[in-house]
Design a protein around this ligand. Structure first.
Ligand SMILES: *Cc1c(COP(=O)(O)O)cnc(C)c1O
Length: 370
C-alpha cells in the first residue's frame, strides 16, 4: 500500500465537482479579484474568529510582511522570532528592514516558550513573532501576557493553526490567530484550511490595522488615491470561493485530523528511539511531527513501505545560508537537534483507516517492535 504525505480534500470527486461549478460561475461573471467571494470569505472567517476584522490576502507570507509594515518598524529595531519555523517568518522581518533575533525551542518540544522569548528581548525589541507551530497554540498565551506587560506588539503567525484553540483562566477558550495584536493565516494547500492555490489573511482586533491592510494590499489605494506605497497582495475570487466552501467543512476536517492524531499517539506510544509530539487540548494537528534519533533510517524504511513523509524543518533559520550571509552565527542547540530528528507522518482529512494502520505498522516495524 502507498500512503501519500498529503491529499487535498479538493481532489475528492464531490468537492472537485462542486468547486468546478463554482469556478464556472466566476469565469462567467468576469470579476476575478477582490470581488463578492472575497468579501463573503472575509465576513465568514471574521465570524469564525469571534467577529475580529479580517483582510483576505494572496498568501501567508504577505500577511507577515503587511503585519510588520503596520507596526512601522525603524532600521535597527529588533523582532524576536523562533529559529525553528518556516523561512517566511525570517524573510518578512528582513524585508521590514528590522533585525531578526532568533530564539531557541524547548528541549522536549518544537515550540519556543515564553521564557525563551523573553530572554531574547532587549531595549530595541519592537515586536515579537510567535508561531503556534504544527497547530499547537499552547505556548502562545504566556508569550502574549509578557508582551502585553512590556508593551511590545505580538504578531501571531497562525499559518499552521487555524482551528486550534487554547484555554486560559482569564480569557476562557480563544482561537489561534486572535491571541496577538496581529494574526496571520495561510491557506496554502496543506494547511488546516487549504485552498486549491495560494492565499492568506491578516486579522486583528484593532480595526484600524485591517482598514490600512486593505489599502496596502491594493497598492495603497484609498478613496481613489494612492495614499501609501503598498503591494499587490490581493486574493482572487477562485481561492475565496473555495475557501468559503472549505470553511463550511473545516470543523469536520479538524475532527478527522484530531482522531488520526489520537490513533498515532496511542498506537506509536513507547517505541524505541521515538518521541511523540505533545498532546494539548485544542491542538489543530496541521502536521504530526515526531522526533527520532535515527530519523533518516526511519524515513528510508517508511519510504520502502510506501509511506511518504516530510521533514519540517531540515535546518533551523540560523543555519540557513541566507541568514548567515547577513547575520552572525548563533548557537541554538534545541532547534539544531530538532532539525536532525523531526519527521512528519501523513495526516490529512479523508485519510482512510487502512492508511493510518499501514503507517503505524510501518513505523512500529522500522523501530523494532514486532
Ligand atoms: C505556510 C507558512 C507561512 C507562509 O504561508 P504562505 O501562504 O505559503 O505564504 C508562514 N509561516 C508559517 C509558519 C507557515 O507554515
Amino acid at each position: 500500500m502507498n500512503v501519500p504525505f498529503f491529499r487535498s480534500p479538493w481532489q475528492t470527486p464531490s468537492n472537485a465537482d462542486s468547486l468546478g461549478a463554482t469556478f464556472a460561475h466566476i469565469l462567467q461573471s468576469g470579476q476575478y479579484i477582490l470581488g463578492r467571494a472575497v468579501h463573503e470569505f472575509e465576513r465568514e472567517l471574521s465570524a469564525r474568529l469571534g467577529a475580529q476584522p479580517v483582510a483576505a490576502l494572496n498568501s501567508g507570507t504577505d500577511a507577515l510582511v503587511l503585519a510588520l509594515r503596520l507596526l512601522e518598524l525603524q532600521p535597527g529595531d529588533e523582532v524576536v522570532l523562533p529559529s525553528y519555523t518556516f523561512f517566511a517568518c525570517f524573510e518578512a522581518v528582513v524585508r521590514a528592514g528590522a533585525v531578526p533575533v532568533l530564539c531557541d525551542s524547548q528541549a522536549h518540544d518544537f515550540l519556543c516558550s515564553e521564557k525563551e522569548v523573553v530572554a531574547c528581548m532587549t531595549a530595541r525589541t519592537r515586536a515579537v513573532m510567535a508561531v503556534p507551530l504544527f497547530g499547537d497554540a499552547s505556548a502562545i498565551p504566556a508569550i502574549a501576557r509578557s508582551c502585553r506587560a512590556m508593551g511590545v506588539p505580538l504578531i501571531e503567525d497562525a499559518a499552521q493553526a487555524l482551528g486550534a484553540r487554547v484555554h486560559t483562566e482569564e480569557r476562557g477558550w480563544q482561537q489561534a490567530g486572535t491571541l496577538g495584536d496581529l494574526g496571520t493565516l495561510s491557506f496554502y494547500p496543506t494547511k488546516t484550511l487549504g485552498a486549491p492555490g495560494d492565499a492568506g489573511a491578516l486579522t486583528s482586533r484593532h480595526a484600524h490595522f485591517i482598514d490600512r491592510a486593505m489599502s496596502l494590499r491594493n497598492h495603497g489605494l484609498h478613496a481613489g488615491c494612492h495614499s501609501d506605497v503598498g503591494y499587490n497582495s490581493r486574493m482572487d475570487e477562485f481561492q475565496a470561493a473555495a475557501l468559503v466552501q472549505g470553511l463550511g467543512q473545516l470543523d469536520s476536517w479538524l475532527d478527522q485530523r484530531k482522531s488520526i492524531a489520537s490513533r498515532y499517539l496511542e498506537g506509536l506510544a513507547g517505541l524505541d528511539g521515538i518521541s511523540l509530539p505533545c498532546h494539548h487540548e485544542g491542538h489543530a494537528w496541521n502536521y504530526f511531527v515526531l522526533r527520532c534519533t535515527q530519523r533518516d533510517r526511519l524515513r528510508a524504511a517508511l519510504a520502502q513501505a510506501g509511506v511518504q513523509t516530510r521533514i519540517y524543518y531540515s535546518a533551523p533559520i540560523h543555519r540557513q545560508p541566507a541568514y548567515l550571509k547577513r547575520f552572525p552565527g548563533v548557537h541554538l542547540p534545541h532547534a539544531q537537534a530538532h532539525a536532525q530528528q523531526a519527521l512528519a507522518l501523513p495526516l490529512f482529512p479523508g485519510m482512510a483507516e487502512a492508511e493510518v494502520d499501514h503507517v503505524m505498522k510501518a513505523v512500529a516495524l522500522a523501530s523494532g517492535r514486532t
